[in-house]
Unconditional design. Structure first.
Length: 328
């Protein structure tokens, strides 16, 4: 927790005053946050973790005030203004050590730390949007459940993309299976792949369970993780046909090397048990209303599950700190 000054100046901060006290109680020094100006209140620099941004809006108002009333505006000071907008990377607590593509939070009306907390809580724990709205309200952050849904749908796929690029290397023996997710009252199919150690390789939500969907998922998993030596599947004919189609392509592109296909039911038990975590998180959601929102939410759930399994190297960081680092 952080002690706030008696009379902080919050005139240039974009979020309401009541959010600042909540942010001070929710955020930690390990979280990436932004400071709008060098003249910000004393408590705001304590919330910075990985990045520090100079006062963009303050400099714009000062520049507009300087040029006010002039018919011809000089551009000499524009490069200096752009220089003040540069985001200076500050390596703190190892948050930015992974690198990757930084997610843009421009245009949102809440602090970055609040958004990441809300998204992480929803994809990591079995709560509904109404439950999460009540949890945040008890901590002084008043957000509508529809806004929470937009945050999850917007930022979860971006964080999941960074997670795929930053996860640890996996084994070359794969287990592939599908499970069921209800979307708009109809069952859809979530293809999932893990290695022999249970580490998540890839996932894909599909409206159909056929050869085309299986082939598309195998190509996606191979493109992300490389070509495995063997793949274990169930007795599904569609999965077998999809792998045979991929083997035809590999036969002409890898000097005759193909993937060994095994249809042994008990070898897939590790993946069947891994389905439980996804089902436990999606159970309170009572189904999804749109296919794109289901795919985005599942991407966030899979990312939180990968963190839980230690696929990113914790280095003493909590699960949320690892999740926030993926957004940097």
């Amino acid at each position: 927790s952080f002690a706030l000054p008696q009379s902080p100046r919050l005139s240039h901060v974009h979020w309401p005053k009541r959010q600042c006290s909540a942010l001070a109680s929710m955020a930690t020094q390990e979280l990436p946050c932004f400071v709008r100006s060098k003249k910000s209140p004393a408590f705001l620099p304590q919330l910075t973790g990985s990045y520090c941004e100079t006062g963009k809006d303050t400099d714009e108002r000062r520049l507009n005030a300087t040029f006010k009333g002039n018919k011809r505006r000089s551009t000499r000071s524009v490069p200096d203004l752009k220089a003040t907008r540069q985001v200076q990377r500050i390596t703190a607590y190892g948050v930015s050590s992974w690198g990757g593509k930084m997610i843009d939070f421009k245009g949102v009306h809440y602090p970055r730390a609040v958004i990441l907390h809300a998204v992480f809580f929803y994809v990591r724990y079995a709560v509904s949007y109404l439950d999460l709205e009540e949890i945040l309200a008890e901590r002084g952050v008043f957000v509508d459940h529809a806004t929470l849904n937009r945050w999850v749908v917007k930022f979860s796929p971006l964080i999941a993309a960074n997670a795929q690029a930053k996860k640890r290397p996996t084994a070359i023996s794969w287990r592939i299976d599908e499970t069921y997710i209800k979307v708009r009252g109809r069952w859809t199919y979530l293809y999932r792949a893990v290695d022999r150690d249970g580490q998540t390789l890839d996932f894909m939500l599909s409206e159909r369970r056929d050869t085309a969907a299986a082939r598309r998922f195998f190509k996606r998993a191979i493109g992300t993780n490389g070509v495995p030596d063997r793949v274990v599947i169930d007795k599904s004919g569609a999965n077998l046909a999809g792998l045979q189609a991929v083997n035809v392509i590999l036969k002409f592109t890898r000097a005759g090397r193909t993937v060994e296909v095994l249809q042994v039911k008990y070898l897939n038990n590790i993946l069947e048990q891994d389905h439980r975590f996804i089902k436990r998180i999606t159970a309170p959601m009572l189904g999804f209303k749109a296919f794109h929102s289901a795919a985005a939410t599942i991407a966030g759930i899979e990312t939180a599950h990968m963190i839980r399994k230690g696929q990113f190297g914790a280095n003493g960081r909590s699960a949320f700190q690892q999740f926030a680092a993926l957004a940097a």
